[in-house]
Design a protein around this ligand. Structure first.
Ligand code: NAD
Length: 451
């Protein structure tokens, strides 16, 4: 058997009967035809070369024992063990002219394959182009018990420089890196519990997600705000609606690569449905987050913060809306864009402590949190394209349930070679259900028991 494919940035391998043989060199590419047909060990070998992983880093991932009990016990409370979920790699991603292999940690079948397929389609016209705002997070300080809230608002704004200086005194490291508290906004809210004055610190978090940094600043400036306004501060906390920390991506999907002009129109119609109906839109955005959160989990991000931010941003107009847009250009190709908050970091949190997250970050080869944010936006856009294409054409169940059949077989108790046998039978019967998997398993076991 001869199977030719690219192994990252240097080697072309020939798969011969007796193993792998290097026969040439190419530039680094994430296009690895047949990647999905390889064994996990073979895939890891290619990723190791692409990303320049050490033996130790590769075996951390490959062993599925990346996190020690001792380390886990230091990360959260009441630890009893670990929970491992699959780590896949999406191929074909070309972002701002650079090739990326995308590590994705997720338990749901089809997501990694869908991202890889969409990235392959987008590659035809140059892949993804991305951008981002500076990494500004917002911290809120809730001031209550002020009789004259608008007066208090003015007092806080007049003290802006003093408040920013006090906030920045909490984090000289961040300031030294060019980050820190940059601005202050104040708003008056009329709430069920009476008027409140909300001071909002805008903090450039550089390569940190920033929750700890921002919360520390908010707590530090609260007494000063109380003293100046004679009010009472309660909450001092970051907001996950990171509307000043946005990541954006755009792509042009070639109409032929998509399957024709009709597919372009069908996808635009599917997008219009989501734009008009929050029930459809929730699933539209969930599909985007399939990709975003899989990369987030692989790289040790705060996934809940990202989910909260994305959905709150989608609802900012008062009408819950898609995080992506899809339209047709003059050539009849499909143009997609995405914009969403992306509070991710390379410093702090699990990114800095989880050994596998560190390896995943190395696989991505990102140098800054802003770069990571842009990659994740591109993955979200690709994921949405794949979902809309599948949904508007053959439906997602055909591809999804084939992969899902194996999981159902395992859940029903199948082991070893029985997993594929049970799955195949359910697919052939078009009855991919837990109860049917159990029946098939029983039938197979009774056949084996017979003399
Ligand atoms: P952190 O406090 O561990 O690290 C950030 C600090 O690292 C900065 O304050 C800075 O002093 C230092 N630093 C060194 N090099 C840096 C660089 N290049 N760029 C930026 N900072 C640098 O982490 P964090 O990012 O402030 O907090 C993230 C954690 O907070 C996550 O684990 C998250 O789950 C958690 N958290 C989240 C929420 C929320 O989302 N609502 C609330 C509380 C805590």
């Amino acid at each position: 058997m001869i199977d030719l494919f690219y192994a990252g940035w240097v080697n072309i391998y020939l798969r011969l009967e007796w193993g792998w043989s290097v026969v040439g060199s190419v530039s680094k590419t994430s296009q690895i035809p047949g990647f999905y047909r390889l064994s996990p060990v073979e895939r890891l070998k290619l990723v190791k070369e692409f990303a320049g992983l050490s033996e130790e880093e590769a075996s951390l991932v490959g062993s599925m024992k990346g996190l020690s009990l001792e380390l886990a016990d230091r990360m959260i409370e009441n630890v009893i063990g670990g929970m491992t979920i699959p780590l896949g790699v999406a191929v074909n991603f070309l972002i701002n002219g650079k090739d990326y292999l995308i590590p994705m940690a997720i338990e749901e079948p089809s997501v990694v394959a869908a991202a890889s397929n969409a990235a392959k389609i987008c590659r035809v016209k140059g892949g993804f182009t991305t951008s981002a705002t500076p990494p500004i997070m917002i911290g809120q300080i809730q001031l209550t018990s002020v009789v004259d809230p608008n007066w208090a608002k003015m007092v806080i704004l007049e003290s802006k420089e003093e408040i920013l200086a006090l906030a920045n005194a909490q984090d000289p490291m961040l300031v030294k890196l060019g980050g820190g508290a940059k601005d202050l906004d104040v708003k008056v809210l009329h709430t069920l519990a009476g008027p409140m004055v909300i001071a909002e610190l805008h903090v450039d978090c550089r390569d940190a997600m920033g929750a700890n940094a921002v919360n520390t600043m908010c707590e530090a400036v609260a007494p000063l705000i109380e003293q100046k306004t004679r009010g009472k501060v309660y909450l001092r906390i970051i907001t996950n609606l990171a509307s000043k920390r946005l990541a954006r991506a755009k792509t042009v999907a070639d109409k032929r690569a998509l399957g024709g002009s009709n597919v372009v129109d069908d996808i635009i119609s599917a997008y219009a449905f989501a734009a008009a109906d929050p029930y459809r839109c929730a699933t539209h955005n969930k599909g985007i987050m399939n990709g975003v959160i899989a990369v987030a989990l692989a790289t040790g991000q705060d996934t809940r913060a990202l989910e909260a931010g994305a959905h709150a941003y989608a609802a900012r107009s008062g009408h819950y809306s898609p995080l992506t847009t899809w339209e047709k250009n003059e050539e009849g190709d499909l143009v997609g864009t995405i914009e969403l908050p992306m509070a991710v970091g390379l410093i702090g949190g699990a990114t800095a402590t989880h050994p596998v997250a560190k390896v995943c970050t190395k696989i991505l080869g990102v140098k800054s949190a802003v770069e990571l944010a842009q990659i994740m936006a591109a993955v979200g856009l690709a994921q949405n394209l794949a979902a809309l294409r599948a949904l508007s054409q053959e439906g997602i169940q055909k591809g999804h349930m084939k992969l899902h059949a194996r999981n159902i077989a395992v859940a029903a108790g199948a082991e070893g070679s029985l997993v594929d046998i049970v799955a195949q039978k359910m697919i052939a019967e078009r009855r991919i259900r837990f109860d049917r998997a159990k029946e098939i398993l029983e039938e197979l076991k009774s056949v084996v028991k017979q003399p």
